[in-house]
Design a protein around this ligand. Structure first.
Ligand SMILES: Cc1cc2nc3c(=O)[nH]c(=O)nc-3n(C[C@H](O)[C@H](O)[C@H](O)COP(=O)(O)OP(=O)(O)OC[C@H]3O[C@@H](n4cnc5c(N)ncnc54)[C@H](O)[C@@H]3O)c2cc1C
Ligand code: FES
Length: 373
């Protein structure tokens, strides 16, 4: 794996430099060749010039100065803040190599939420995803317990919100103002403008505990999205889907959508859970499998099922049986807790799967937030 603790702009484009004239950026503070850490730097984002304070990330500085920069998790887990460093150097707070593809790394892409400028920098960011994003209000119409720690929320939106199956949104409820969190759509777009989320209770977690422990049917909500790039890429390659816990939500949405579109690709769905009590949506998976136009293999894998129980299926971590189900040339779609995604990604890369054929949504939380050195 590459060491990306420091990233330098790798490419030089005349047209970019014309728009991004750093020599006039920050008189007196300009720091390209200075060894001393600057007290502040300048970032030119698309054509807009901002000041970045010492130890501040590019994302923090951009949001502080009113730029509608795309972001979601803020902890290096979703790649929503992906942008291209065209000039300058940054210090990276976490490894970005798992999230960004080799091609993106080679082109100089960085995560704005994980990058603290070491010099003045020029950044190009695609604002199109921001322009497509909308805030839609709605009301919770159903709240169903799926397992002891996962609740399904069905929301009737006031207007339809287009998204790709697999994407996610920022969700907030009226009775918890100023708290919003990312949740994946658990179904493809519905004609009746209803959306569904699976919310797993995180110990000590503010939003997920509230949703799991409080009756919220009838409450007003705001859904802002869509976000993320976890969706099915066009191909004939076999599909390896790996889901852990509530990570099943976008995987189900993606599979339901593909099934409705008549996709014939062979599919293996590995669902990692602790015990039988953590398995859910089995009827939905059965329906998808029955109607799938090609081969569909579903493998639940339990890591903490008590010895001697009636469970006849696979035991252990999903990584233990990955090799048994990895078809030649497969494209992988992974979703769930970051440690699971990282372990599966490692194994897939070791097995020769190209990083460009691995698509992942890491369900990061505030607990995963890095601290600036
Ligand atoms: C792209 C994406 C999609 C997601 N989709 C889903 C989904 O479909 N379903 C789902 O269940 N989850 C999903 N998540 C996770 C979700 O967004 C929330 O992070 C999760 O529900 C926890 O939120 P919370 O408010 O309950 O916890 P928080 O209050 O955010 O706390 C999370 C954890 O961090 C700890 N913590 C709180 N503050 C700090 C701090 N300052 N420093 C260190 N630790 C702290 C808490 O004790 C807790 O353990 C997704 C995340 C991402 C990034
Ligand atoms: S906002 Fe930067 S990776 Fe999620």
């Amino acid at each position: 794996m590459r060491n990306l603790c420091e990233t330098t702009a790798l490419t030089y484009h005349g047209n970019v430099t014309n728009r991004c004239d750093l020599t006039q950026a920050n008189p007196g503070m300009f720091s390209f060749f200075s060894k001393k850490a600057p007290s502040s730097t300048t970032a030119v984002i698309n054509q807009q010039r901002i000041t970045v304070n010492a130890q501040e990330t590019i994302l923090q500085a951009a949001l502080r100065q009113g730029i509608d920069f795309p972001y979601s998790c803020r902890v290096g887990g979703c790649a929503t803040c992906k942008c291209k460093l065209t000039e300058g150097k940054v210090k990276e707070l976490t490894q970005t190599a798992y999230i960004l593809s080799d091609a993106e790394l080679d082109q100089g892409y960085i995560l704005a939420c994980q990058s603290v400028p070491k010099t003045d920098v020029c950044i190009e960011v695609d604002m199109a995803s921001q322009q497509a994003k909308r805030r839609v209000s709605g009301r919770v119409v159903a709240q169903e317990r799926l397992t002891h720690d996962i609740v399904s929320l069905r929301v009737q939106l006031d207007e339809s919100l287009p998204y790709r199956a697999g994407q996610y949104a920022q969700l907030s409820v009226d009775s918890l103002p100023s708290v919003s969190r990312s949740y994946s759509f658990a179904t493809p777009v519905q004609l009746n403008a209803q959306v569904t989320f699976f919310v797993r209770k995180v110990p000590g977690g503010e939003f997920s505990t509230f949703i799991n422990d409080t009756q919220v049917v009838g409450q007003g909500v705001t859904v802002e999205g869509p976000m993320g790039d976890f969706w099915l890429r066009a191909s004939d390659a076999p599909m390896l889907m790996v889901a852990g816990g509530s990570g099943l939500a976008p995987v189900l949405a993606l599979l339901q959508n593909a099934q409705a579109e008549g996709v014939k690709r062979p599919v293996v769905l590995l669902f990692g859970a602790r015990t039988q009590a953590d398995l859910y949506a089995l009827d939905t998976i059965k329906d998808i499998a029955k109607q799938w136009a090609g081969n569909f293999t579903f493998v639940p894998v339990l890591s903490e099922e008590p010895e001697g129980s009636a469970w006849q299926g696979k035991r252990g971590l999903v990584t233990a049986c990955l090799a048994d189900y990895l078809a030649v040339g497969a494209h992988a779609y992974l979703c769930g807790p970051p440690p699971m995604i990282d372990a599966v990604t490692d194994l897939l890369v070791q097995s020769g799967v190209s990083k460009d054929a691995i698509h992942a949504d890491r369900f990061t939380t505030l607990h995963d937030a890095p601290t600036a050195a």
